[in-house]
Design a protein around this ligand. Structure first.
Ligand SMILES: [Zn+2]
Length: 510
């Protein structure tokens, strides 16, 4: 590979999934991994196999189905972790085991109560064990940015001697700054004699909003791999965002003199998918993928833009996949028009699924003259479930106003029978959720609710995300409709169905 190419290691499925409330099902992970493959990332960190059965299954299925990128599984420097990661990666075309251990004084003293010598030995032993399974082994001294430099250089050298092919330097707590972090990377190259025998990677967190800046500083100082997530999701304030690093390198290539293999016009689609699956909405002013990232509001800017786009545009919206949103479908577009537009968007639906989406499409087209790509994607997300739904919405009736007690009547279809119930509530959505709870009779707590307009105008489609909790497990549901109450009901039902699906799955496993 050419030396100016930066390897993009995507950890949306592992670190991104550690965002509070963002847990993904195995099916979500496979769908996202396939999209990451279309985006052309080099490495996908698919999960932490020892941590749970779902994590193990997720890595295993991604490894079996996604063939082009390297698939990576995380493991602590513990034998069972490495064995489990290797087992999950058995069917991978290009497997990588990523093993890590904390090396900062504060972590060694407080977390492990182990000495430097003991930590060093665990690292060597684990890298050696991992190399017994695969040729591609990554080692991370966790909390590198706060690790004593002499020890950091020593453990990196030892890990490379033991067979590590990539050394990852994480700023685990987002503590560093660009000058300091760039300097650290430079020193590693200077002070670790065998550093050139491995790839140097960085993994930055965003606690001070510096993850992207720190990553770019590291690349300027020779780092060859960047660990990133879509939309910058991840633990706490998140990780370095893939889209920002990739577009910084591309837009300023004459400055950085580096490039990636990312197909940048797949970025927006990937961002939307991650947002849907996790229920984490992208802020409108977010660089590259925010709804306003390419919107020019000031009249003086608009005027200049009409004369020449480059006056205020450093990259084009098309280059990151903001499709031509003027393409719209209406009632007259027909099944064929819908099918071909969905194909353009990357959805190849079978007849049954297409029928379902078409039926909803006609209803939406009745209410809304123009149906946009974002509306279609929401419909597909709504209608195409990768599991059979235990309860389906048959109808709902809402009574609401400022002088009446909000009341909802809901009918759900469950195994060929229609079950109906009604409830009052603080508002129409609350009443509807209570009626659903009565029918499904599985205790949950609503912990998050958000509503977003997908497209402009009065008849805009609204997309609702809800998060429910049951016995410490969280499930995200989403629903879309031109009617916000219907979108809410669909989202709540989706979350319930996911919970029921997960419940029955773990029962059959044991
Ligand atoms: Zn991390």
């Amino acid at each position: 590979m050419d030396e100016n190419r930066v390897i993009i290691f995507d950890t949306t499925l592992r670190d991104g999934e550690q965002s509070p409330g963002a847990s993904m099902s195995v099916d979500d992970k496979v769908a996202l991994a396939l999209q990451l493959e279309r985006l052309n990332v080099d490495v996908i960190e698919a999960g932490f196999p020892i941590s749970s059965d779902v994590q193990f299954e997720g890595v295993k299925l991604v490894a079996a189905k996604v063939r082009k990128p390297t698939i990576c599984g995380l493991a602590r420097c513990i034998d069972q972790d490495i064995d489990r990661a290797a087992a999950a990666l058995e069917r991978a075309a290009r497997p990588r085991i990523h093993t890590f251990i904390a090396t900062s004084k504060i972590h060694m003293d407080k977390k492990f109560r182990k000495s430097e010598a003991e930590i060093l030995e665990m690292a060597i032993k684990s890298v050696t064990r991992a190399r017994g399974y695969v040729d591609d082994v990554e080692f991370s001294p966790e909390d590198s940015a706060r690790t004593g430099k002499e020890f950091l250089f020593r453990i990196i050298e030892a890990a490379i001697s033991a067979g590590a092919t990539t050394i990852n330097v994480p700023d685990t707590v987002g503590y560093s700054n660009p000058e300091e972090f760039g300097q650290l990377i430079r020193e590693i190259f200077e002070r670790v004699p065998n550093m050139r025998k491995a790839i140097l990677s960085v993994h930055c967190h965003n606690d001070l909003g510096l993850a992207v800046a720190n990553t770019l500083a590291a690349i300027r100082n020779g780092a060859q791999q960047a660990e990133v997530t879509i939309n910058g999701i991840g633990e706490r304030a998140g990780n370095c965002s893939l889209e920002e690093v990739v577009m910084a390198l591309k837009t300023r290539e004459s400055f950085y003199r580096k490039h990636t293999a990312i197909k940048t016009d797949e970025i927006v689609k990937t961002s939307r998918m991650v947002s849907k699956v996790t229920g984490m909405i992208v802020q409108p002013n977010k660089a590259i993928v925010g709804a306003n990232a390419f919107a020019h509001e000031a009249g003086i800017h608009q005027d200049a833009m009409l004369k020449d786009r480059t006056t205020y545009e450093i990259m084009t919206p098309e280059s990151v996949g903001w499709g031509d949103t003027k393409i719209v479908l209406g009632r007259h577009s027909g099944r064929h028009g819908l099918k071909s537009r969905l194909q353009d968007l990357g959805y190849n639906l079978g007849k049954e699924d297409l029928d379902k989406v078409y039926e909803r499409f006609l209803k939406i087209a009745d209410k809304k003259k123009e149906v946009f790509d974002a509306d279609l994607e929401a419909l597909v997300g709504d209608e195409i479930q990768d599991f059979s739904e235990a309860f389906m919405l048959e109808y709902f009736h809402i009574l609401s106003g400022d002088k009446v007690l909000p009341t909802a009547t809901i009918a759900l279809k469950h195994k060929d029978t229609i079950i109906q119930d009604a409830s009052v509530g603080d508002g129409p959505v609350d009443a509807a959720f209570k009626a659903i709870d009565k029918i499904i009779n599985s205790p949950v707590k609503l912990i998050d609710y958000s509503l977003q307009a997908l497209t402009g105008g009065k008849e805009a489609m609204g997309e609702v995300h809800v998060t429910i909790a049951n016995n410490g497990r969280k499930f995200v549901g989403r629903g879309a409709s031109t009617d916000v109450i219907e979108a809410s009901i669909r989202a709540y039902l989706h979350a319930h169905n996911r919970l029921l699906h997960a419940g029955s799955k773990s029962e059959s496993e044991h």
